[in-house]
Design a protein around this ligand. Structure first.
Ligand code: ATP
Ligand code: MG
Length: 559
């Protein structure tokens, strides 16, 4: 039979500091900073996913460990894709993970300041308005091997640039007609320094500033300055931003403002999982999932609906650690953490799956009901109980009976004995079949001297069951991986990531539950004994409670 393994925690070992902790400890020791301030900078253009959980755990985790603080700052410089729906959802997800930010800020809070700095740069001859279109700019940028070509508009006078930039702001030009660029070096070996764009024209309403602006600052011109304004000490982001770091430093030095510093860590990649907001949005928009919170989605609202706990995600982030090298993490490790957490805290109930077999206790007094009080969690035998009714007609899982059973089959078989979990030992005396030969009923007798689990005498097998008189019908949504491909970052040229959607990722079946299940209001996923963890879905109605499969009870993964 399937038995729950209670994992004993690994011995506590002195953990080595990760590279960010080393940097911070040195900065505090040397007196560079008195306290640290980190930030989490989501763009409000989608829902947070598991990758963001890693970033959140790092940013908030470091601040908590070293007595510092973390700001939440929305990186909202692209009005076309951003929305308050996302702003609200992001806050909800961060709170759910159990993190509190010091200040809630928006890059758009600093638009005035950023604009002022841009005028300063123009006045210092460090920025100019360029009329080249996108293609011309791209062509003149050069390549890694060859230097770029100066724009014909590069040597405009300060006065002309200032006037043009003010006209851009005033709305005199159409999208794409002009941009403001930093005047650095079109032959710079780092392409980022080849006169990066500071502002582009976008006639679009912004979720916060409305129609005040029709020019918007670019990421590179915004991020470091926002960090600096807030006095962020350690600006932690993913590895792909390391090429931006010199420019980040250049703006801060050029403007002579608070020296925030950027550090990069490896982003989270998970097997069978896609973590790009753009693609997740496409799945939602095309109806390939039921929404951002579809339990198969890697979004925080999705895994929450699936039954993953915040503690399990934090345990996972702690285990994967912080590294400077990209790597693929095993989805099974995440599931292991979920199981580990739920094993300790979830309530247990018996639920029989679709296509059960009826089991009749022929020596049971007709109409008699016996209630068994059973622990909600075996780890806490003295703790809260649930009452389970036992009657003369029961259901069991079809997989718990076998007619021509091999020797090692310890569940029910003709003339065999088995313990009905928490209650009596029964013996199967007669197998009833329909005209197609399908087993429809097992006639059994119970042994009244056997009492409860473990009392009086033992048998090798224990199976779960429900009373047909008291059971509740439920809907069970069995989820599997959304994608069948292990490395979803590695899609061949001639394929699309949607080609790898798993057609079997959702199977809806019926289930039959002991009555106490539907009374469970803990809000935490429960264990269907011997089967797995399941979480009640908001689609539930009083007539039909719905349960999402969180994860199986165990698999072969060894941690
Ligand atoms: P996506 O590529 O999914 O659209 P993003 O980087 O555009 O993600 P942001 O909202 O800009 O999303 O990210 C906010 C923060 O979360 C950034 O600091 C970003 O580096 C970090 N982050 C995003 N994805 C991951 C990931 N897979 N692992 C770790 N951190 C991540
Ligand atoms: Mg981004």
């Amino acid at each position: 039979m399937i038995e729950e393994t209670v994992n004993t925690a690994a011995p506590v070992e002195e953990k080595k500091l990760n590279f960010l902790e080393e940097i911070i400890e040195e900065d505090l020791r040397s007196g560079k900073y008195e306290s640290i301030l980190t930030r989490f900078p989501p763009e409000p253009n989608g829902y947070l996913h598991l990758g963001h959980a890693k970033s959140l755990c790092i940013n908030f985790g470091l601040a908590m460990k070293y007595g510092g603080k973390t700001n939440l700052r929305y990186d909202d410089t692209n009005p076309v894709k951003e929305d308050t729906e996302y702003v609200d959802a992001i806050k909800e997800d961060i709170k759910w993970l159990g993190f509190d930010w010091a200040e809630e800020k928006y890059a758009s809070d600093y638009f005035d300041q950023l604009y002022e700095w841009a005028e300063d740069m123009i006045k210092r001859g460090l920025a100019y308005v360029d009329d080249q279109n996108q293609e011309e700019m791209r062509a003149n940028r050069g390549t890694v091997e060859t230097p770029g070509t100066d724009s014909p508009y590069r040597n405009r006078s300060v006065e002309e640039n200032l006037q043009l930039f003010r006209d851009m702001k005033a709305g005199k030009y159409a999208d794409g007609e002009k941009v403001l660029r930093a005047k650095i070096d079109m032959a710079h070996p780092n392409m980022m320094f080849r006169d990066p764009i500071l502002y582009r024209i976008k006639h679009a309403s912004h979720h916060r500033t409305g129609d005040k602006w029709c020019i918007y600052p670019m990421y590179d011109y915004t991020h470091g300055q926002c960090d600096s304004i807030e006095h962020i000490t350690h600006s932690i982001c993913t590895l792909e931003f390391d090429v931006h770091r010199p420019l980040y430093d250049w703006f801060i030095q050029t403007l002579g403002i608070f020296p925030s510093h950027q550090y990069e860590f490896a982003r989270l990649n998970l097997t069978y999982t896609l973590m790009s907001k753009r693609k997740l949005l496409e799945l939602v928009q095309k109806g390939l999932v039921s929404g951002w919170d579809d339990p198969r989605m890697p979004t925080l609202c999705g895994v929450r609906r699936r039954g993953y706990t915040a503690d399990a995600l934090k345990m996972f982030c702690d285990k994967i650690g912080v590294s400077k090298r990209d790597q693929m993490m095993d989805l099974q490790l995440l599931e292991w953490c979920v199981r580990q957490d739920l094993n300790a805290r979830s309530n247990r109930y018996m639920v029989v799956s679709d296509d059960p077999i009826k089991l009749t206790i022929t020596n049971w007094e007709p109409g008699k009901v016996e209630w068994f009080d059973c622990p909600l969690n075996p780890a806490d035998p003295e703790g809260a109980k649930r009452n389970v009714p036992f009657t003369g007609e029961l259901l069991i899982d079809r997989s718990d009976f076998m007619e021509d059973a091999p020797k090692k089959f310890f569940r029910l078989k003709p003339d065999g004995e088995v313990r009905l979990k928490y209650t009596y030992i029964i013996k199967c005396n007669e197998v009833v079949k329909d005209e197609n030969g399908k087993v429809v009923e097992l006639k059994c007798t119970y042994d009244p001297t056997t009492g409860r689990d473990g009392e009086y005498r033992a048998v090798k097998g224990t199976i779960h069951w429900v009373s047909t008189e008291y059971m509740k019908e439920i809907e069970v949504r069995n989820y599997d991986k959304l994608f069948v491909k292990e490395d979803m970052n590695d899609i061949p040229e001639d394929k699309d990531y949607k080609d790898y959607l798993n057609p079997e990722s959702l199977k809806v079946v019926k289930g039959y539950a002991e009555p106490a299940l539907v009374e469970d209001n803990t809000g935490i996923a429960v264990q269907f004994e011997r089967v797995g963890y399941f979480h009640r879905d908001p689609d539930s109605t009083p007539e039909l409670p719905v349960y999402n499969k969180t994860t199986a009870l165990k698999d072969s993964f060894k941690f």
